[in-house]
Structure formats: C-alpha cells, structure tokens
Design a protein around this ligand. Sequence first.
Ligand code: NAP
Ligand code: G4F
Length: 366
Amino acid sequence: MAKVALITGVTGQDGSYLSEFLLGKGYEVHGIIRRSSVDYRERIAHLEGTPHFHLHYADMGDSMSLVKLVGKVQPDEIYNLAAQSHVQVSFDAPEFTADVDAVGVLRILEAVRTNHLEKTCKIYQASTSELYGKVEEVPQSETTPFHPYSPYAVAKLYGYWIIKEYREAYDMFCCSGILFNHESERRGETFVTRKITLAAARIAQGLQDCLYLGNLDSLRDWGYAKDYVECMWLILQHETPEDFVIATGVQHTVREFATLAFHHAGIELRWEGEGINEKGIVEKVQGDKVQCTKGDVVVAVSPDFYRPTDVVNLLGDPTKAKRELGWNPQSTSFEQLVELMVKHDMQKVTREHVNLAEFLEKGIVK
Ligand code: NAP
Ligand code: G4F
C-alpha cells in the first residue's frame, strides 16, 4: 500500500518541491489549497491531473475543514507547511499571522486526535531559524536558546512548543524542522533573494532602473529549497520523533548576495556610502547586451524595507542532521544557488518581455 501524505501549504515554494519528492517516492499526495480570486497555482500546475496527486479546499483558520479533511484522507504523514511566511508582513498583520502560524498548528494536532490517528499519523512542523531572532549564540543549534524578534517568530514559537507538548503529553510522533532560509527559482518574489535575482535580470535587460533594498548588512544562512524538502521527509523517517536544525553552516550578507547575482546578470557592482546612503554602482558590464553603463546607480537603500526589529545574524549548525539523518548540507553551494536563480530569472524576464511585446504589437494590451 502506498503511504499517504497530506501537505498544508502545497502551493508554496516548499510544498511544490515536497510534492514532487514524495510522488517520486511512491506516495499518494494530498494537498490543501484555499480559495482566492485569482487561482495562483503556478508552482504545482505541472502536477495537477497526475494520478497520485489530489487537491482539497481547506484553510488553516477553519478547524472543521481540517478535521473533515484529515478524516477523509487518513494520512500516514502530515507536513504542516502552511503559513503567513513573510516576516515583514507579520508586523502589518500580526493577528492573522498568529491565527495561521500558531493556532493553525494546534488545529492540525487536534484534527489528528479528533480522528483517532494520533498513534499512526506522523506530523512534520515547518519551524524556523527566526526562533533564534536576536541571537544568543552563533552558530545556532538545537540547544541554542530562542529569542523571537517579530510577530511571525513569536507565532512560530507557539507552533514549536505545541508540537513538543503533544509529543510528550500524547506520545505523538510530531517534530519540528528548524529550517534556515532556503531559496530557489520558486521563491516568493518579495523575499530578498528573489527580489534581487529578478531585479538583476530586469536591470540587465533594460526593464528596471534601480533595485531598492533595506538592511544590506543582514547575514543569512541560505540553502537550496530542493535540498531541504528531503530533510522534512528524513525527519519523519527517523526512529524517534526529534527536532532538527537544517542549515548549510555558511553565512553571507544581503550585499554579498546582490553582488553575486548582478555578476551573473553581467553587471559588476561597486558599493559606495553607508547605511541609508549606500549605493550599488555599475563598475563594468560583460557583453554588449547588458542595458546599463558604468556609473549607473542600480541598487539603493529605502527605509520602507527596514523592519521594526530585524534578525541580523543567522548561521545554523547542521551537525545533528548530518550525523543522524545522513543529510549533506552542502549539496548545493551558495554560489550555485545564486547562479541557478539568476539564470532562471534572466529567461523568465526575457520570456515575459517578448510575450508583452507581442501582445502590444497585436493591440491586445493598451
Ligand atoms: P510560502 O511559499 O510562503 O508558502 C506558504 C504556503 O502556505 C502557501 O501554499 C500558502 O497558500 C499557504 N497558506 C498560507 N495561509 C494559509 C491558510 N490560512 N490556509 C491554508 N494555506 C495557507 O512558504 P515556503 O517558503 O514554502 O515555506 C514553507 C513553510 O516553511 C512556512 O511555514 C514557512 O514559514 C516555513 N519556513 C520557510 C523557510 C524558508 O526559508 N523558505 C525557512 C523556515 C521556515 P497560498 O498559495 O494560497 O497563499
Ligand atoms: O528574504 P527575507 O524577507 O527573509 P527572512 O526575513 O529571513 O524570512 C524568511 O526566512 C525565515 C527563516 O529564517 C523563514 F522562517 C521565513 O518564513 C522567510 O522564509 O529577509 C532576509 C533579510 C532580512 O534581514 C531583511 O531585513 O534580508 C533583509 N532585507 C534587506 N532588504 C530585505 C530587503 N528583505 C526583504 N524581504 N526585502 C528587502 O528589500
């Protein structure tokens, strides 16, 4: 019998990669989608219609929908990835973030108990390095104290503790993966990495003049999302339910990410000024197709992207995951990650531009 997995957040970056991974392992995969006025299912469009992939409407804010769905699907494994996952947005919508990211975890746990599946259904909770927040040590491991530093992180801390509580109180196999930032060609376009790779591609092709960013000094431990979803599965295959830090063990600043991304788009940057006055200026371009010239200011700082409290020094220690899960944190390096994201976005931007030009020519768009 094929194992049955239920994924919340299936339309997200991680949900889409995890679906592919589990289908490849022979799972029957069920995903939760929610109603919106525009059907945004780009990341999973290629999976829809395949025999072992099923989508169901439910919402993390709607207990009854979760209880009914868990009863209907009878999952062996639940991957709870659904969240309002943007840290800056959590300052603007803190109550919604708490409802989905904190109480939503409780709703999943109770849906499993209500259906009497607590002895058979394993649960993976998408926890986060944001729990370390205003960090108390570097690097951060499973034993580092938490100090959440945003409404998002506070909500995720509740998720972490309620998972631990149900594990101990009801002997459930439920675990948190404390994942550090992981990115990809499918990353949401307002997270800093994707915002940079898309902008570098557009600037190189003459479709954008300048990229505005917030804190350029912020340090992140960036990995590749496709590598990280394997860990989610490995955590649930481990003999005992435990929490794991998943990270590369290497950190870079936002500025370093931008420098490398622009390099892959054919633009060498130099940096001038400090704080709010810092600028990324074109020093050299490679090839005659790049649509900017030496001296152009292509990166500037805008206080709009500063956060009331910002997490600035994340570096994970993946020793436990390496030792106990046999996971390789270095299978995709930082350099490879930036290159593959820029390559993807250079093509995406060209494609979109050509499509738009064709529409304009035919008079379809005014
Ligand atoms: P993402 O791309 O933002 O995807 C979030 C998913 O949650 C989407 O499918 C979204 O559905 C769904 N969702 C949001 N609110 C919902 C609701 N009320 N009911 C049902 N579904 C809802 O996030 P991601 O990068 O894949 O991250 C996956 C999980 O890992 C999240 O929990 C995130 O907090 C956590 N995490 C991410 C990272 C990272 O670096 N990527 C690191 C640590 C932890 P729609 O498509 O309908 O919006
Ligand atoms: O890309 P970010 O928005 O990701 P952040 O805040 O680290 O959160 C992501 O990773 C977490 C894991 O640690 C996840 F739990 C969470 O769900 C999400 O996936 O910002 C990264 C850093 C921040 O310090 C931010 O202040 O980049 C800085 N930054 C500088 N300029 C910017 C910008 N961030 C964004 N989004 N946009 C900017 O213009």
